[in-house]
Design a protein around this ligand. Structure first.
Ligand code: HEM
Length: 413
């Protein structure tokens, strides 16, 4: 499976490249080839940047089968793990974050956090999030129009929320946002990613040390007091955990807010539907549909077979790499028989895969849902004349990134 680097003469014989870009004609849709692979029997083999191959899984049911199979490993230290970029899987010597560990190690760490991420806890944070959203909107109105919806609204809201929860000073947001961006960029040279990850790690270690000396009312302080001091968690594990939550906690939500707003601006009737919705259940359903339709987590979910197994009638050998495409799975008629390619806020998309599936299904999903339910409708109500400040064709989309989205969203009102 793990062949040598690609040579030009090999190229023609190799399976198609992965990842591919979303179509420029409809940048909300998954790459076209993925949809073709979905229609074929079995699983598609794909070639990664370094010439190695892996199985691509694009169908809804196959994705659920892979992500719930205990014979499928998420352990970053496994040599068969697909590397989506030069720096991917580079952390063999470091402590992988628990999203890249298997049970029981994974479960042990995740369980230390579950009570901070329940739906009930998210509900108690809602007034505070509404306040942060309103403040960001006030500031936009004070300084605009125009505005860049990404940096003026979509990024600051979730960044502030996760910073408050963890106890990371928001004043450092330029630093942690820049580090997160680099760590999610598949096109960067490995050295640059390594340097970023070291700088980010050093920053968080210093922060953790300062909390050990002077605890605050935050998650990192509590984990230090309750888990590190008892020896259940090493300080290095806590730093990895913090890094994971800080990145996952703002990049995904921010890109869903920005891309979701853009998708709604393209469909004024859907936008009006959400803006005018009053029933919380209707809003919640609309947000699930946006999560499904956009599926911003696109080049993240990699696994490796820890034993021989069969998926979609395909024999997968122990050590084979597996890559799951959530955006493709979320457009499968097995999830949504009625027009899966349409953004329809009345769809019942509740069983979507945007948060993954199985034991690693997103820990922050209740928090993310609440943030989106507050942020997007508040934005649409506060700025009812919101529109793009540039032609749609000029909106820059993120390419070669783990998490999809826009790099800027110029708007006016
Ligand atoms: C895991 C998506 C927001 C924290 C995941 C996974 C996905 C995902 C697909 C599974 C990765 C895998 O199986 O390899 C999203 C989306 C979000 C979002 C679409 C927002 C729209 C958040 C937030 C947090 C968070 C706000 C806050 C801390 C995590 C963590 C994991 C995770 C800690 C690892 C869980 C585990 O391995 O048990 N997320 N996420 N996410 N997410 Fe999120």
């Amino acid at each position: 499976t793990n062949g040598a680097f690609m040579t030009p003469q090999d190229h023609a014989a190799l399976p198609p490249r992965f990842p591919q870009a979303r179509p420029s004609a409809c940048p909300f849709d998954p790459p076209r080839d993925y949809r073709d692979w979905q229609q074929r029997d079995g699983l598609q083999r794909v070639t990664l940047w370094n010439g190695t191959t892996a199985w691509s899984v694009t169908r809804y049911e196959d994705i659920r089968a892979v992500l719930s199979d205990p014979r499928v490993s998420a352990d970053a230290r496994n040599p068969g793990m697909p590397r989506l970029s030069p720096a991917g899987g580079d952390r063999a010597d470091q402590e992988p974050p628990f999203v890249r560990l298997d049970d029981p190690e994974h479960a042990l760490q995740r369980r230390m956090l579950t009570r901070d991420f329940t739906a009930k806890h998210a509900a108690t944070l809602r007034p505070r999030v509404q306040q942060l959203v309103d403040e960001a909107l006030d500031e936009m109105v004070r300084t605009g129009p125009p505005a860049d919806l990404l940096t003026d609204f979509a990024l600051p809201v979730p960044s502030r929320v996760i910073a408050v929860l963890l106890g990371v000073p928001y004043d450092d947001h330029a630093f942690f946002q820049d580090c997160s961006n680099k760590l999610l960029d598949l096109s960067l040279p490995a050295e640059e990613v390594r340097a970023t990850s070291e700088a980010f790690g050093t920053y968080l270690r210093t922060l953790v040390d300062s909390k050990a000396a002077e605890p605050g009312e935050d998650l990192l302080s509590r984990l230090l007091a309750e888990r590190v001091s008892t020896g259940e968690l090493t300080e290095q594990q806590l730093v990895s955990m913090a890094l994971l939550m800080l990145i996952a906690g703002h990049e995904t939500t921010a890109n869903t807010i920005a891309l979701g707003t853009l998708a709604l601006l393209r469909r004024p009737e859907q936008l009006a539907f959400l803006r005018d919705a009053e029933d919380p259940a209707v809003i919640a359903r609309a947000i699930e549909e946006l999560l499904r339709y956009l599926s911003v987590v696109e080049n993240v979910v990699v696994r490796v077979a820890a034993a021989d197994l069969t998926i979609a009638g395909e024999h997968i050998e122990a050590g084979d790499g597996i890559i799951v495409s959530l955006p493709a799975g979320n457009r499968d008629t097995a999830l949504l028989p009625d027009r899966p390619d349409a953004l329809d806020l009345t769809h019942n998309a509740r069983a979507h895969l945007a948060f993954g599936f199985g034991v690693h299904q997103c820990l922050g999903q209740n928090l993310a849902r609440m943030e989106l339910q507050v942020a997007i409708p508040s934005l649409l109500r506060r700025l009812p004349t919101l529109r793009l400040a540039v032609p749609f064709e000029e909106v820059p989309f993120r390419q070669q990134m783990s998490v999809y989205g826009v790099t800027r969203l110029p708007v006016t009102w």
